[in-house]
Design a protein around this ligand. Structure first.
Ligand code: AMP
Ligand code: MN
Ligand code: MN
Ligand code: MN
Length: 305
């Protein structure tokens, strides 16, 4: 495939075989490795360009960038913004952001603001279901007091022997209709996209297969996202199945949204895919990073799937 006008002069023409991972988490949100450890692990796994995309928070980017420079890995500053769209929570990944941008920082602080109260309400709900001490239990897993999330509760409930794994905790306790679920208003879609674009970044729709929207709802979401200025969609994602890779590859082409690849790594044991260890993007898709000079100067290393 020819990439018209999107590659920089002298760029390598093969973005598909670069090991690019544009979605992962550290202890600054709900991951279990510190930002520097995430970068070292990515490097060990052969990742050539990595974006750290903590939920609603950019506090890990400076350390991650420093470590990346040390080990010789291309670092892309990122964030994953929580958005409310109707009754559904949507995630929008922002990449190549200026992490000092005041409007972005203000916006993210606002989004984080309600988390503690929400966590207390979650603990109340769990207490009513007979699980005491969940707030204190979850806090033991929290690396950033500003960012207590459902993942931290899930880890505690596994530790307490209430469920056998994280997935089971979510199914039984932490999703809509379950005792630990508390509805929450996050950012608006257009707001999140504006913050990201205002900070010089590109907004990418995260893991579209995860949303409980029918085909029509999903269509409306992707349409609105594009209208708002969104310019990418995750296709090869650790939150997707192989069938989702094919399905959202079609959406990427039909909506003319370049395709992203990201493990959504949180933890070596919990996550479906380790950093960088997921299939490459199919040749039929336009990789999101095809026009990124800092990435395209590298030599491809990925084998065909
Ligand atoms: P929160 O931002 O507090 O609502 O937490 C959302 C996080 O919970 C996501 O980013 C995932 O890391 C995790 N999560 C959500 N649903 C599930 C699930 N079904 N199984 C495992 N982890 C999940
Ligand atoms: Mn998460
Ligand atoms: Mn997400
Ligand atoms: Mn994520």
């Amino acid at each position: 495939m020819k990439l018209q006008g999107s590659t920089s002069p002298g760029a390598h023409p093969d973005p598909w075989h670069l090991n690019v991972d544009l979605h992962c988490h550290s202890t600054v949100s709900d991951g279990t490795l510190a930002p520097r450890e995430v970068v070292r692990r990515a490097h060990r796994n052969g990742v050539q360009a990595l974006a750290l995309t903590d939920h609603d928070e950019v506090g890990g980017l400076a350390a991650a960038a420093d470590e990346a420079a040390r080990v010789g890995l291309c670092f892309i500053p990122g964030v994953e913004v929580s958005v409310s769209w109707g009754d559904e929570t949507i995630h929008v990944v922002g990449l190549r952001i200026d992490a000092q941008d005041a409007a972005l920082l203000d916006g993210l602080a606002g989004v984080r603001g309600g988390r503690e109260e929400r966590a207390m309400a979650m603990a109340d709900g769990l207490a009513k279901a007979g699980i005491e001490g969940a707030y204190a239990g979850a806090l033991k897993y929290v690396g950033n007091p500003d960012l207590i999330s459902r993942s931290h509760f899930a880890r505690y409930l596994v530790e307490a022997g209430i469920c056998s794994d994280i997935r089971q905790v979510f199914q039984r306790y932490l999703v809509q209709g379950r005792p630990g679920y508390v509805p929450h208003r996050w950012a608006r879609l257009a707001q999140a996209v504006d913050w990201i674009r205002g900070a010089g970044g590109v907004a990418v729709l995260a893991h579209p297969a995860r949303y409980r929207l029918g085909e029509t709802g999903l269509w409306a979401l992707v349409h609105e996202f594009r209208e708002a200025g969104g310019r990418g969609i995750e296709v090869v994602s650790g939150s997707h199945t192989q069938a989702d890779f094919v399905r959202f590859g079609k959406w990427s082409r039909e909506f003319d949204l370049p395709a992203s690849r990201g493990s959504d790594f949180h933890d070596p044991v919990e996550s479906n895919y380790d950093l960088g260890l997921l299939p490459r993007l199919p040749d039929s898709l336009v990789p999101l990073w095809a026009g990124w000079a800092e990435v395209m100067q590298m030599q491809p290393t990925l084998a065909d799937n």
